[in-house]
Design a protein around this ligand. Structure first.
Ligand SMILES: [Zn+2]
Length: 454
């Protein structure tokens, strides 16, 4: 959303309140304070990662949409929010650079969204296309382009929901530069979230009944922020993929998050006192995919339209697996395949880049796509042992290659272009990167087709 639709006036009048007010006025000629307690329902998602199609325990966009429609039929005030990382995780997202996800989200009628770190996967300039495509505003108050301008639609947003003025602030993790490809993302600034949110709360608090922070910081960070910045009623979180059921309360701030990939949908019911600008009643829980209603046909149609364009490429069986293979085992499989293919000393694949498991039974190319949706290429890096150990960082203790490294030797490591680019950024000329120009995903699919998994 790029046009100047700052305020979406759902319904300025609140008929019931007016009626009450009138009778009091006519009866007594005095104006007693009328407690205005209004109910608001919030449905929320985060870290959807392109899973518009129903598969495994992921609900798919159409069933989530049906759930939201059901809520809108039952309750007068329903808002539908997303806390970032809507894209990157499936072939349909990657092949079309994230755009189908926002098109489908339009049919689901989201009210407000957020930029997560994965919205930068195709370079920050592609975010302009997301903003043009999405009917809902995409927030992020602390992400700035090389000229110092906001990358998001806006830093904050106000929505009138039949008598309740709801303010929204958006914030993204300042660790984003370490998590995104440097390609197309040079010169960006991510400001300290606590500082920026404090300032936005100061500007907005007096003018809204309810203040909601959409956060792509992670659950622990959300709780710390709630502690550090008073005045936020509710944090709708994401990024850490945390199953938060029910939401937790820190001071007077509720903190929610709905796992990932649409396995859960968050449902919150609030009673808002619009005289005191405060939440006087709250309940919240996660609804698992299996409990959601049958698909919304309009959304399902659109999902099928996009999925049909990728099916012939990704739904072919490449092997069978006798058991489910965990992300840590998948990491080992990828490292061996990359190392063998590039004839390197060893392979290294960051565990954060392994986005899914391999199921028992038929294994399709789609499964490998879901594990590696980023379209990284296979690279080798020539790197000193001491630098390599620094690169391993948090995985240093657990990674099998780390025990056989001597600090002053030089090694050839096969890895993905994401890690390669970060190594070059960190160690400069001390590292020589060679991009083999083939996609990691294609290399892995071809290898598994030939050799199986056992
Ligand atoms: Zn994230």
């Amino acid at each position: 959303m790029t046009s100047g639709r700052l305020f979406l006036i759902r319904d300025g009048l609140h008929a019931l309140c007016l009626a009450t007010f009138c009778s009091l006025y006519l009866g007594t000629f005095s104006f007693p304070a009328i407690a205005e307690e209004l109910e608001l329902v919030i449905v929320h998602t985060n870290d959807f990662h392109g899973h518009i199609k129903e598969e495994k325990n992921y609900a798919g966009a159409a069933r989530i949409s049906a759930f939201v429609l059901q809520q809108r039929e039952r309750h007068p005030r329903v808002i539908f929010l997303d806390a970032g990382d809507a894209i990157s995780g499936t072939p349909v997202s990657t092949m079309f650079k994230g755009l189908p996800i926002f098109e489908v989200m339009n049919l689901m009628n989201y009210d407000v969204g957020l930029l997560g770190n994965h919205e930068f996967d195709h370079g920050y300039k592609e975010i302009m296309k997301f903003r043009e495509t999405a009917n809902h505003p995409l927030l992020a108050s602390n992400a700035l382009d090389p000229r110092g301008n906001l990358i998001a639609d806006m830093a904050n947003y106000v929505l009138e929901v039949k008598g309740i003025t709801v303010g929204f602030i958006g914030v993204i993790t300042e660790k984003t530069p370490r998590m995104i490809t440097p390609l197309g993302n040079a010169g960006l600034t991510f400001l300290d979230p606590v500082m920026v949110v404090k300032e936005e709360v100061r500007k907005m608090r007096a003018d809204v009944d309810l203040l909601v922070l959409l956060s792509h910081l992670g659950h622990k960070e959300d709780q710390d922020l709630a502690d550090a910045v008073p005045g936020i009623d509710l944090i709708i979180g994401g990024h850490s993929h945390t199953y938060v059921n029910p939401p937790v309360k820190i001071g007077s701030t509720y903190v929610a998050q709905a796992h990932r990939y649409g396995t859960q949908v968050g449902l919150l019911q609030l009673t808002v006192d619009t005289d005191k600008n405060s939440v006087v009643g709250f309940s919240g829980r996660l609804i698992p995919a299996a409990k959601l209603p049958a698909p919304d046909p309009a959304v399902l149609n659109r999902v099928n339209f996009f999925e049909e364009q990728v099916e012939h490429l990704v739904d072919m069986e490449i092997t069978r697996s006798s058991r489910k293979i965990s992300p840590n085992e998948v990491q080992g499989i990828f490292e061996k395949i990359l190392s063998d293919t590039a004839k390197a000393d060893f392979g290294y694949y960051n565990i954060g880049g392994i986005r899914d498991t391999i199921p028992a039974g038929p294994v399709t190319a789609r499964h490998i796509w879901n594990i590696e949706p980023f379209s990284n290429t296979l690279v080798t890096i020539k790197i000193k042992g001491s630098d390599y150990l620094k690169l391993l960082n948090r995985e240093r203790e657990s990674h099998p290659s780390s025990t056989s490294i001597s600090a002053d030797k030089t090694y050839i490591v096969a890895t993905n272009s994401f890690i390669g680019a970060h190594a070059v950024k960190a160690f400069g000329n001390a590292v020589q990167m060679n991009d083999l120009g083939v996609l990691v995903r294609d290399v892995v699919i071809e290898n598994i087709k030939r050799n199986g998994l056992e």
